[in-house]
Design a protein around this ligand. Sequence first.
Ligand code: NAD
Ligand code: UDP
Length: 316
Amino acid sequence: MGLMLVAGGAGFVGANLCRKLLATSHEVCCLDSLVTGRQSNIESLRGLPAFTFIGRDITQPLDLDIRPEVIFNLASPASPRDYLRHPIETLAAGAFGTHRLLELARRTRAIFVLASTSEVYGDPEIHPQPEAYWGRVNPIGPRSVYDEAKRFAEAMTMAFHREYGTRVRIARIFNTYGPFMRPDDGRVVSNFCWQAIHGLPLTVYGDGRQTRSFCYVADLVEALCQLPEVDHAAPVNLGNPAETDILSLAERIIAISSSQSRVTFLPLPTDDPRIRCPDIQLARSILAWEPRMSLEEGLKQTIAYFRALARGVVTD
Ligand code: NAD
Ligand code: UDP
């Protein structure tokens, strides 16, 4: 089968995507600068003949002598902690990096898949969010380095499609969790799981009544693998519409991990969206896809992964 280029393949989603593509008999080239990804996420793949790794920053000239069938662009800091630490790099990845990978797709006639985000909807007035909603983003707030980079990346992707006929797909990914997350990425699921298994207080920001809808990474990756197969250039929401508030999530993680931890309340970050839930009608109809993993079972698997990581056991 053809070559799949996974930019950002050493990150959380990328490590899962590379494994899924290899398991379905594809050759995989992982390109990553390791700014927020980890060598250890791809260590066990390094010896496989179908896998290659290129240490490269997508914002720099790429000069790659490869002809991928599909280019997945996952390369961007993604957790709020990471993109607030790397604001300029995040803007550059979404803008210049996406441009470079689109040029490669145009030259090699590859299908280009952009990992966009539910953050393009900002703090939404419409609930759940359908793809037709244009969003409510603060263009100069601290989160804008990520939100606006992704909005620009979507615009650039559609411009290549309209101008050059490049075959493109745009996945608007909602909060995803599971194995290969970094325990220190600052996201809510990694923080709560790590805190719970170490008996530390779970840090709920604000009053914990804000909501998110969490998708298990295996479900997301299945949809990402199907996207190149359908002829649909416009954005598609990918996520699990089962919505939960953050305080309930904390209580659930404490219960599942049989932890003695309690909850502590910290200030809500600036511009933190109050609600978020995907309308996945479009994904259901064009991909015949539906997330299958329940939050309960997905959290059990994620907690097992973090426990193994805490013991220094490589889980692969
Ligand atoms: P991650 O930080 O774990 O992975 C991103 C990877 O990209 C890392 O390995 C990092 O080193 C690499 N990278 C960043 N900038 C780069 C650059 N300039 N050149 C080369 N490599 C670079 O994040 P993730 O959660 O795996 O997210 C993957 C993609 O999915 C991101 O584009 C993110 O915006 C998108 N997404 C993720 C979620 C989620 O909940 N995980 C939600 C919405 C969108
Ligand atoms: N959050 C929290 N405690 C944490 C980390 C995050 O209460 O330790 C909250 C955060 O304020 C947000 C939600 O959990 O309301 C999801 O945060 P995350 O960083 O995982 O993703 P976001 O959807 O904000 O990008």
